[in-house]
Design a protein around this ligand. Structure first.
Ligand code: CU
Length: 128
């Protein structure tokens, strides 16, 4: 192998490494900043969740957002462990600019609250 070939191979390896490093890593799909089109939305307002009672079909998603400027955190009862439907929990506070969508694949009557203001409560009924 002559020097020219060695240089070309070296440059190609560096280019490939650079490309690999520059690839965007996948972001957590849970948290979005925009409400998906056609989404079923529950809004946290000054008065609490709206609507506070909602019935959906199994497999449908609900997108939570807030009208306020504080962090919020919709999550399954019971507070503080969220053990009744543990997946129904973003596991961290949401920025007021963030929305969070959750797909309900279990039939039932799922009570929830704002983990940061647990006096705000709601219930989502999931039917077959
Ligand atoms: Cu909680």
């Amino acid at each position: 192998m002559n020097t020219k070939v060695a240089i070309v191979v070296g440059v190609l390896i560096l280019a490939a490494a650079g490309w690999y490093v520059s690839q965007e890593k996948p972001v957590t799909p849970q948290v979005q900043v925009k409400v998906p089109e056609g989404a079923i939305v529950v809004e946290l307002t000054k008065e609490g969740f709206s609507p506070s009672e909602l019935t959906i079909a199994k497999g449908e998603s609900v997108t939570f957002r807030t009208t306020g400027t504080d962090l919020y955190w919709p999550a399954s009862n019971l507070h503080p462990s969220h053990g009744i439907y543990p997946e129904f929990d973003p596991l961290k506070p949401l920025q007021p600019t963030e929305v969070w969508s959750f797909t309900f694949d279990q039939v039932g009557e799922w009570k929830y609250h704002d983990h940061l203001a647990p006096y705000f409560t709601g219930v989502i009924t999931v039917t077959e």
